[in-house]
Design a protein around this ligand. Structure first.
Ligand SMILES: NC(=O)c1ccc[n+]([C@@H]2O[C@H](COP(=O)([O-])OP(=O)(O)OC[C@H]3O[C@@H](n4cnc5c(N)ncnc54)[C@H](O)[C@@H]3O)[C@@H](O)[C@H]2O)c1
Ligand SMILES: O=C(O)C[C@H](O)C(=O)O
Ligand SMILES: [Mg+2]
Length: 625
C-alpha cells in the first residue's frame, strides 16, 4: 500500500519525486511499497547489447512495445513468453542435466544470461535447487572452477595486480552505475554497493584451499543473499582475493586460472587485505563486508581488527555461532533443559568451532548470568591433537585459549590410548558425559556408533549437531545418530539431509543448522539500519528471533529450525530484530529506519523491510540517451 502522508514516502516515479537528501551524517532511504516493481530501470542499451546484459535481459519476455523501442525484433523469435513460461522451459532444461555439477553449471550460465529468470527459477524450486547452488553442490563447483569456466562472475583481486586494486574496484562501481537502478539507488554514485562478500579461499567449506575457484563460494553466498533476504543482486559484490594457493592439485592442473604461486603470507598478505578493506570503505562507504572461508588464523585476526570499527562480520565464526545457538536453544526447549546446565563438546576447534563456542558462551553470560570464567567451563574442545588443555600453551591458537581445560582434570581419566598422552573424543565422552556434541572437524563419520551410543548412555536426549560441509564430510548421518539413540537424539546438520523414519513410527525432520539461515537477514538488517558495526547484541537479537521461529516450539517432533527454503520469510523477522537492536544501541545511522523503529512512521518495520526486498520479476525498462 502507498502511504503518501509520510515525509520520506515516494509515491511516484523518480522523475516527478526525487529522493530526499539525508541529514548530515545520516542516510535516508526511499520507501516504495507495493509499486516498487513498476518503477522502470533506465538504460541506453539496445539490440544485442541489451540481450547480452544479464541484469536487464528478458529474452523472450521482452514485450512487443519493448522490442520496438529497444530495436529487438530481429534478435528474437516472434512469440512473447511470460516469465512463468520461461521458468518452466529453464526448469525442463535443468532436469536434463544428469549430475549436480552440470546442474550447477547450467544455473551459472543462466545467471550469466538472464538474472531475473535465474532467481525466479531458484525461487520456484528453492528446496530442490538449494543443494545444487549452495552446499553441497557449491563444493564441487569450486573444485572444478577452472575446468568448467565459461564467463567470469564477480570481482577478482589478484595479488600480482595489487597496484591496480583501486582502479579494479572502481571499475566494478562504474559497471553497476552504468545501469543505475533508481528504485534502489540514491543519487550518490558511491551508494551503489550494499555488500561485499569476500573470500581468500584458504578454507572453503571443509575442502580447504581452493585458490581462485573460491569465487564460487562468494557468488553462491551472494545468490543466497538475494534469495534469502531479497538483497538486490546488483548491489552485492562477490570477491575473491587471489593470493596464490598451497593446493598442489591446482598447481599441477594446466587449466588452473588463478595466480600460480604459493600462498602469500605475513606482512605482504596483511597489507594486501588491509588495502582491500581500505579501498572498499572508500569506494563503497556504505557496504557491509562479509568475510567467508578465510583460514582460521587470518579469519580471527581480521575479525578482531575490524569488528568494532566497521560494519563487517565473519560468517564462519559469527554467522555459524548464531545459527548454532538458535538451534541449541530450540533443542533445549524440546528437552526441557537449561543452557546453564549443559556440558558442551566441540569437535574441531577451528573457525566455526570456536565461533560456536563464543556465541554459546555469550548466551551463557547473557541468559544465565554467568561470568566469562564460569561460562568457559561449560566447554570441552577437541582438535586433531585431542582435548585442548592448558599445557598446550603456545600451541593453542589465540581463539582457543580461554577454553583450554586444566591438565589436572584429565590426570585421573582412564584414557583409551594412554601412550598418546592426550584425551581424544571417546575419552571426553566417557569422562565428561556431554549433553551437547557439535562437529566442525571436517572429519567424516567421526561420531561413530561407539561414540554416539556412549554419549546416549548418560543423557536422555543427546543434542548432536554434525555441522561439517559438504555432506560427505558430515560427522554422522542423522539416520545413524537416530538409530543408535532409539530416536532420542536431537540432530541438526550443516548440509541438507532427507527426513529420517523413526523406529517407533513417524519421521524426524533434520534441521539444517547452516549459517545461511542467519547471514542474509543479519546483513539485510545492518544494511537497512546502515549500522556502524555489526555488534554482539545484533547477533544475539538474530539468535533469539530465529530460535523463536523454531517449528519444534509448537511440535516437539518437528524440525529444530525453520526449513532453509523458508529463509525469505525468516529473514523479514530476523532482519527486523537486527534493525531494532541497531537502533536501540545507537548503532544505526539511517534516519528512515530509525524513524520507523521508533514508531514515527505509519509503515511497520516488517512492511518496510519487505518493501526493500528485491523480487525476481521483470521491471519496465526506460530508454535514455
Ligand atoms: N553449518 C554451517 O553453517 C557451517 C559454517 C561454517 C563451517 N562449517 C563447516 O565446519 C567445518 C570446519 O570449518 P572451519 O571453517 O571451522 O574450518 P577450520 O579449518 O578453521 O577448522 C577445522 C578444525 O577441525 C580440526 N580437525 C581436523 N580434523 C580433525 C579431527 N580428525 N579431529 C579433530 N579435529 C579435527 C582442524 O585442526 C581445525 O582446527 C567445515 O566442514 C565447514 O564446512 C559449517
Ligand atoms: O557454506 C556453507 O554451506 C556454510 C559455511 O559457511 C561453510 O563454510 O561450510
Ligand atoms: Mg563458510
Amino acid at each position: 500500500m502507498i502511504r503518501p502522508t509520510c515525509r520520506n514516502v515516494r509515491t511516484a516515479l523518480p522523475k516527478t519525486c526525487p529522493v530526499h537528501a539525508p541529514r548530515r551524517g545520516l542516510t535516508s532511504r526511499t520507501i516504495i511499497t507495493d509499486n516498487k516493481n513498476l518503477v522502470p530501470i533506465r538504460t541506453n542499451l539496445r539490440g544485442s547489447s541489451l540481450l547480452n546484459t544479464p541484469r536487464l535481459n528478458k529474452g523472450a519476455g521482452f514485450t512487443r512495445e519493448e522490442r520496438a523501442v529497444f530495436g529487438l525484433e530481429g534478435f528474437l523469435p516472434y512469440d512473447v513468453h511470460s516469465l512463468e513460461k520461461q521458468a518452466l522451459r529453464a526448469y525442463n532444461q535443468l532436469l536434463k542435466q544428469p549430475t549436480v555439477i552440470l546442474k550447477h553449471a547450467f544455473l551459472a550460465s543462466l545467471r550469466d544470461q538472464n538474472q531475473v529468470l535465474f532467481y525466479r527459477l531458484l525461487q520456484d524450486h528453492l528446496k530442490e535447487l538449494l543443494g545444487v547452488l549452495y552446499t553441497p553442490g557449491a563444493a564441487e563447483a569450486v573444485e572444478n572452477y577452472s575446468n568448467l569456466f565459461r564467463r567470469p562472475i564477480g570481482c577478482f583481486i589478484s595479488y600480482p595486480n595489487h597496484e591496480g586494486m583501486r582502479a579494479q574496484l572502481e571499475a566494478h562501481l562504474q559497471d553497476v552505475n552504468r545501469t543505475a537502478d533508481v528504485a534502489y539507488h540514491s543519487k550518490d554514485s558511491k551508494d551503489a554497493i550494499d555488500l561485499v562478500v569476500v573470500t581468500d579461499a584458504e578454507a572453503i567449506l571443509g575442502i580447504g584451499d581452493q585458490g581462485v575457484g573460491g569465487i564460487t563460494i562468494s557468488t553462491s553466498k551472494a545468490a543466497l543473499y538475494t534469495l534469502g533476504a531479497g538483497i538486490n543482486p546488483n548491489r552485492i559484490l562477490p570477491v575473491v582475493l587471489d593470493v596464490g594457493t598451497d593446493n598442489h592439485a591446482l598447481f599441477a592442473d594446466p587449466l588452473y586460472m588463478g595466480w600460480k604461486r604459493t600462498r602469500l603470507r605475513g606482512k605482504n598478505y596483511d597489507n594486501f587485505v588491509d588495502k582491500f578493506i581500505a579501498n572498499c570503505r572508500d569506494i563503497f562507504p556504505n557496504a557491509i563486508i562479509h568475510f567467508e572461508d578465510f583460514g582460521m588464523t587470518n579469519a580471527y585476526r581480521f575479525m578482531e581488527k575490524y569488528k568494532d570499527k566497521i560494519p563487517m562480520f565473519n560468517d564462519d565464526i559469527q554467522g555459524t555461532g548464531a545459527v548454532t545457538l538458535a538451534g541449541l536453544l530450540a533443542a533445549l526447549k524440546v528437552s526441557n533443559q537449561k543452557l546453564g546446565d549443559q556440558r558442551i563438546v566441540i569437535y574441531g576447534a577451528g573457525s566455526a568451532g570456536m565461533g560456536i563456542a563464543n556465541q554459546i558462551r555469550d548466551g551463557l553470560e547473557i541468559l544465565d548470568g554467568k561470568t566469562r570464567q564460569e561460562a568457559n567451563k561449560h566447554f570441552w574442545c577437541v582438535d586433531r591433537n585431542g582435548l585442548l588443555v592448558e599445557s598446550m600453551g603456545n600451541n593453542l591458537r589465540h581463539s582457543q585459549q580461554g577454553y583450554a581445560r586444566p591438565d589436572a582434570e584429565i590426570a585421573n581419566w582412564e584414557l583409551e590410548n594412554p601412550e598418546q598422552h592426550a584425551a581424544y573424543l571417546m575419552d571426553v565422552i566417557k569422562n565428561v558425559k556431554p549433553t551437547v556434541l557439535i562437529g566442525t572437524s571436517t572429519s567424516r563419520r567421526a561420531f561413530n556408533e561407539d561414540i554416539v551410543r556412549e554419549m546416549a548412555k548418560y543423557v536422555e536426549r543427546p543434542i548432536i549437531f554434525p555441522m561439517s560441509n559438504p555432506t560427505a564430510l558430515c560427522e554422522v548421518d542423522p539416520e545413524d545418530a537416530l538409530a543408535w539413540t532409539d530416536g532420542k537424539a536431537l540432530v541438526a546438520t550443516g548440509s541438507p539431509f532427507a527426513p529420517v523414519p523413526l523406529p517407533n513410527g513417524g519421521t524426524y525432520t533434520v534441521a539444517q543448522t547452516n549459517n545461511a539461515l542467519v547471514y542474509p537477514a543479519l546483513s539485510l538488517g545492518a544494511i537497512l539500519a546502515r549500522s556502524k558495526t555489526i555488534s554482539p547484541s545484533m547477533l544475539m537479537a538474530a539468535v533469539h528471533s530465529l530460535a523463536q521461529l523454531s517449528p519444534a516450539l509448537k511440535d516437539p517432533g518437528a524440525s529444530l529450525l525453520p526449513d532453509l527454503s523458508e529463509v525469505r520469510n525468516v529473514s523479514v523477522v530476523v532482519a527486523a530484530a537486527v534493525c531494532r537492536q541497531a537502533v536501540a544501541d545507537n548503532n544505526a545511522t539511517d534516519q528512515t529506519t530509525i524513524d520507523i523503529v521508533n514508531g514515527n512512521h505509519d509503515v511497520s518495520l516488517e512492511e518496510y523491510i519487505k518493501s526493500q526486498m528485491w523480487d525476481p520479476v521483470y521491471r519496465p525498462l526506460e530508454l535514455v540517451d
